[in-house]
Design a binder for this molecule. Structure first.
Ligand code: FE2
Ligand code: FE2
Length: 262
C-alpha cells in the first residue's frame, strides 16, 4: 500500500502564485492507496478548503483522502467549530480524522492536530506571552463559545491536553501491526531546526516519554516547514511538510520523497 502523509500544503498560497505543487507527479498521486492531509491545508477553510479539495480530487478519489486541521485551517474561523470542517470534508466525500484512527493495510494511523503545551524552554506563562504577541494564531483564530473572542494561549494548551489524552489512550490499545502517529505540531524539541526563544514552544512539545513508552514506528508531523528526519529509540520522527511556494523550489521532488509503503 502506497501512502502519502502531507502537511502544510497551504493550497491558498500556491493558488495565489498560480503554481501547482502536484505538477509532474500526477500519476504518482493517482496511484496512492491513501493520502492524509495533516493540517495547514489552507487559511479561511470555509471558503478555501473547496479549492484545495478540488485540486486534489482531480487526481485521487475522495475515499482515499483523509484530512485534519492545522492551526492555519482555523484562520478567519473558530477553533471550536470543527463540525463545520467535518461537513466541508464530507461534502467532498473526504474523511475527517481529528482524534481518529485509520487502518490501511497492516498499519494504523493515529491522527490529531496535537497543538502544544507551550512548555519548552521558559515555561508556559512566558512562552504564552511571547506567542500571543508574535504568532498570528492569536489574532486570526476565534473562540465561538467565548463570544467569538480571540484565541488565547490557554485555549491551545487545553486543546493539546485533550488531543494528547486521546492519543495516549489509542497508543495503549494493543494492535498487531505498525503504528504511525500523525500530528500537525511536533512531538520532540530536537526536530526544531531554527530555534527561536519563546516560539519553540508553539511548534513542539517534549513528548519523549510518550515516544519511549509506546514506541510507534514513526511520528509524522509538520507545522515547521523544515524537512527533517530523526530517529529516537524505535521511532522515526519525520517532518512531512510541503511549505509555502517561496520555500520550495521543486515541490514534486519534495512530495515524491514523502511517499512510503506499508
Ligand atoms: Fe504551515
Ligand atoms: Fe501550522
Amino acid at each position: 500500500m502506497r501512502i502519502l502523509v502531507l502537511s502544510d500544503l497551504h493550497d491558498d498560497f500556491w493558488a495565489a502564485t498560480q503554481r501547482d505543487p502536484f505538477e509532474g507527479i500526477e500519476p504518482l498521486i493517482a496511484g496512492l492507496d491513501h493520502l492524509i492531509l495533516a493540517g495547514d491545508v489552507s487559511n479561511k477553510p470555509k471558503v478555501r478548503w473547496k479549492h484545495a479539495f478540488q485540486r486534489i480530487l482531480r487526481l485521487v478519489p475522495p475515499e482515499r483522502v483523509s484530512v485534519f486541521p492545522g492551526n492555519h485551517d482555523f484562520y478567519d474561523f473558530c477553533i471550536d467549530d470543527e463540525d463545520r470542517l467535518r461537513q466541508i470534508a464530507a461534502s467532498f466525500g473526504v474523511g475527517y480524522v481529528q482524534k481518529a484512527q485509520i487502518h490501511i493495510g497492516p498499519a494504523r494511523f493515529l491522527c490529531a492536530t496535537l497543538w502544544t503545551d507551550l512548555e519548552l524552554g521558559r515555561g508556559r506563562v512566558i512562552n504564552g506571552r511571547v506567542a500571543a504577541e508574535r504568532m498570528n494564531d492569536f489574532r486570526a483564530i476565534r473562540v465561538a463559545s467565548g463570544g467569538y473572542r480571540k484565541l488565547r494561549p490557554s485555549d491551545v494548551v487545553t486543546q493539546h491536553h485533550d488531543h494528547l489524552a486521546w492519543l495516549t489512550e489509542a497508543l495503549g490499545q494493543p494492535f498487531d501491526g505498525d503504528t504511525y502517529v500523525v500530528t500537525h505540531h511536533a512531538p520532540h524539541p530536537d526536530v526544531l531546526t531554527e530555534r527561536s526563544e519563546g516560539l519553540d514552544a508553539a511548534f513542539a512539545s517534549d513528548l519523549r516519554e510518550v515516544i519511549a513508552t509506546y514506541r510507534p514506528k514513526a511520528w509524522l508531523f509538520g507545522h515547521s516547514h523544515s524537512a527533517i528526519d530523526l530517529t529516537v529509540g524505535a521511532t522515526a520522527l519525520r517532518n512531512v511538510s510541503l511549505g509555502y511556494p517561496d520555500e520550495v523550489a521543486d515541490p514534486g521532488a519534495r512530495i515524491r520523497k514523502l511517499i512510503f509503503e506499508v
